[in-house]
Design a protein around this ligand. Structure first.
Ligand code: ADP
Ligand code: ZN
Length: 734
């Protein structure tokens, strides 16, 4: 399928959506479907899956049908597209007869480019026949993991989607999901018959989310502590039960926080109202069961707290993924107690389905392992999704483990203890959990079954307390000397390593337990600096929020759909004072620039005049995705400093650029700043002959501080970079 010059993907990305470059695997996925092939896209939440089918939809001549199980989200997605000037519609059970008829005629006239539809509706014979008359050019299957029973959200009606290929053999399909382990992935690809080379897996790393696990003691107190540190910010608190969602919301409300509950037990109206208040930034905190969030695209959620253990890593990743869709720093906090695991184990079991139960219990155990593990949280999560995460310097810099490394563990020889423990396991038939094994070792006649009173290992562990044995058991499991089997009751089993200990005398070294107090210190020292402290003008940001809020209520949509917080922060940083400049801000496509640009320019102009500020547009790098993944967790100040540090280590600009995944120009811009502070001398970064020419050019133009640098750059030509010019300016303060 040929694409006309005007309708090329990059052009649409820039003009319609206002973004400068593609992210992750977007471009390859788009090219594949435009070529007429099927594609399978795996990308984390917030990664930008929607553009993978929205852009082809706009390149192709005809109708794109998007299958989505999330009815609640359809209207939002359609509204968001309309704000960007795109004709879109949705068809689901919320439309009445009249609306449906209207839609049919819009579809017939060819006005609609993108149609969202629920799977059960799509696969009806009546709809498929109708569709055949419409010239569909692309099918997008969103939330594709619903097709697999290995997934965590299996929906039988998704199975029917496999027939699209037979019905419309020449129409490409693009399947998308944010959550899929290896097995689910393979299953999706098989069901939809999409080949390996057309599968595009992006990194699942959400670099702007920090991950924390904290012991669940005085959970409410901990939550309050977190909320105090992030006043005015939006967040979700997930709970297992409706009752605790409500209880926490009530307590928070009584304690003066802006919080509301959300769960399936509330009246539909109440639920919708609470959700809307949250979406519109009128309520800060929502206390919810997992029923909340499926239909939520709110991009400025700054934190997600899990009060209870989620059922699996997929859910956890998806729920925490609702934080920070706008790319700004955000936090995911899990409160964990081993008791939760025991409770959940009973809950996930499905009666009369041992096979499915085994899958679910295994997934739950992996979730608990995450909480108990002492390795980097980010690394663990990514490994779960089949990805190797390469940390710089042994630390991801943004999880509790990496931020508070435990001092090197003192190890001790635990071979004898391990032998006793493992042999008690063997002799009681590998049918019990750690608690019972310890009763045998401690020789507890009251607790041990009759048939075990004569075991050789009965009472051989009286030298150690029950608590010490529990630590030993925990470490043996954690270090892989035996394992806990899935099932309703946790049973300990031997593995190859245990056999090596028992029968080949292998030595077992275990970490000595750190005193309890130090652990507690560690958890309370979790750093919670406010996350949005970027060098933007906060007062202006607040005023722009008001402008955005007014637009949103006029348009009948949520504020974040008009423009993201990230875009407002850019406005409040660079103070564009003309439509031309606004167009350069990420997130302003043609439609938005035209419709809302003026309102923002006026507000910024008024603010600048009141406060004697001038525009900072010169320091804005060419429009590009200004927060590439590597940079996202860093505040602008940090990224400057990171470049300085590497420079001070003696690295060349090109080397720093490669190491940081940035362009040499950007690095130059960073370093230029330190010429002003005297930390770098001008001659170090700009060749002498160039300095002369730059000074000449500045003089010739009678350049004054605050004026645009562009004319100087143009006068000097391509051999000179903005960074070099800026460095010279910085070296000669007026
Ligand atoms: P997902 O569906 O994968 O969760 P979305 O499609 O909702 O993610 O995209 C998340 C956010 O990122 C949206 O605000 C979207 O407009 C933005 N986005 C997507 N692609 C790009 C890009 N190439 N450059 C800048 N922003 C992008
Ligand atoms: Zn880490």
């Amino acid at each position: 399928m040929a694409t006309s010059a005007l309708a090329n993907p990059l052009h649409i990305l820039r003009t319609t959506f206002g973004y400068e470059s593609f992210r992750l695997e977007q471009e390859r996925a788009i090219t594949t479907v435009l070529r007429g092939d099927d594609a399978f896209v795996l990308m984390p939440t917030g990664g930008g899956k929607s553009l993978c089918y929205q852009i082809p939809a706009l390149c192709l001549n005809g109708l794109t049908v998007v299958v989505s199980p999330l009815i609640a989200l359809m209207k939002d997605q359609v509204d968001a597209l309309r704000l960007n000037g795109i004709e879109a519609a949705y068809l689901n059970s919320t439309l009445d007869e009249y609306e449906q008829r209207l839609l049919v005629s819009r579809l017939r006239s060819g006005a609609v480019r993108i149609l969202y539809v629920a799977p059960e509706r799509l696969v009806t014979e009546r709809f498929l026949t109708f569709l055949a008359s419409l010239n569909p050019v692309l099918f997008a299957i969103d939330e594709a993991h619903c097709i697999s029973q290995w997934g965590h959200d299996f929906r039988p009606e998704y199975r029917e989607l496999a027939q699209l290929k037979q019905r419309f053999p020449h129409v490409p399909r693009i399947a998308l999901t944010a959550t899929a382990d290896e097995q689910t992935r393979r299953d999706i690809a098989e069901q939809l018959m999409i080949s390996n080379e057309n599968t595009f897996v992006s990194s699942f790393n959400r670099a702007n989310i920090r991950y924390f696990v904290e012991p669940k003691r005085d959970a409410y107190g901990r939550i309050v502590q977190h909320l105090r540190q992030r006043k005015g910010e939006s967040g979700i608190i997930y709970t297992l039960s409706r009752a605790s969602a409500e209880e926490i919301a009530e307590r928070l409300h009584a304690d003066g926080f802006s919080a509301l509950p959300y769960h399936a037990g509330l009246e539909r109206e109440t639920r919708t109202r609470h959700q809307d208040l949250f979406l519109r930034d009128d309520v800060q905190i929502i206390c919810a069961t997992v029923a909340f969030g499926m239909g939520i695209d709110k991009s400025n959620v700054r934190f997600v707290i899990h009060h209870d253990l989620p059922k699996n890593i997929e859910s956890y990743y998806q729920e925490t993924g609702r934080a920070g869709r706008d790319g700004l720093p955000s936090d995911a906090i899990l409160l964990y107690s081993a008791g939760d695991l025991t409770k959940m184990r009973k809950m996930v079991a499905i009666e009369d389905n041992p096979e499915q139960t085994r899958v679910l219990v295994r997934k739950l155990q992996e979730m608990a392992n995450y909480a108990e593990s002492r390795t980097c949280r980010r690394e663990y999560l990514l490994r779960y999704f089949g990805e190797k995460f390469i940390k710089s310097e042994d630390s991801c810099g943004s999880c509790d483990v990496c931020l508070n490394p435990t001092p090197p563990q003192e190890m001790y020889d635990a071979t004898l203890l391990a032998q006793k423990f493992l042999s008690a396991m063997v002799r009681s038939g590998e049918r019990f959990g750690a608690g019972y094994i310890i009763e045998i070792l401690r020789g507890n006649k009251d607790k041990v079954r009759l048939e075990h009173l004569n075991l050789k290992t009965f009472g051989v562990g009286t030298d150690n307390s029950a608590a010490e044995w529990r630590d030993v058991a925990q470490e043996l499991i954690r270090e892989g000397w035996c394992y806990r089997e899935e099932g309703e009751y946790p049973i300990l089993k031997l593995n190859e390593r245990s056999k090596a200990v028992l029968y080949h005398g292998e030595k077992v070294m275990l970490p000595r337990k750190t005193p309890k107090t130090s652990r507690r210190d560690r958890s309370t020292s979790t750093p919670f600096a406010s996350t949005t402290s970027t060098p933007h003008n906060q007062a202006l940001f607040e005023r722009l929020r008001t402008v955005r809020r007014n637009i949103a209520s006029n348009e009948g949509v949520a504020p974040f759909m008009v423009l993201s917080d990230a875009t407002l922060i850019q406005l409040a940083t660079y103070l564009p004072l003309s439509l031309e400049s606004v167009r350069r801000i990420s997130g302003f496509g043609e439609a938005k620039t035209e419709r809302y640009g003026k309102l923002f320019v006026e507000e910024i102009g008024a603010f600048a005049a009141e406060h004697g500020l001038s525009t900072q547009m010169e320091s804005l790098a060419p429009k590009r995705e200004r927060m590439p993944t590597a940079e996202r967790t860093q505040r602008p100040d940090d990224t400057y400093r990171a470049s300085l540090e590497l420079w001070q280590q003696g690295k060349a600009i090109s080397a720093i650029a490669t190491e940081r995944g940035l362009t040499a120009q950007t690095i130059m811009g960073h370093l230029a700043r330190y010429v002003a502070t005297g930390q770098i001398s001008l001659e170090e970064i700009v060749p002498e002959n160039k300095i002369e020419s730059i000074i000449d050019a500045l003089r010739a133009a009678d350049w004054r501080d605050g004026q645009a640098i562009k004319p100087i750059k143009e006068a000097l030509g391509d051999d000179y970079s903005y960074g070099e010019i800026q460095a010279v300016i910085n070296a000669y303060p007026k």
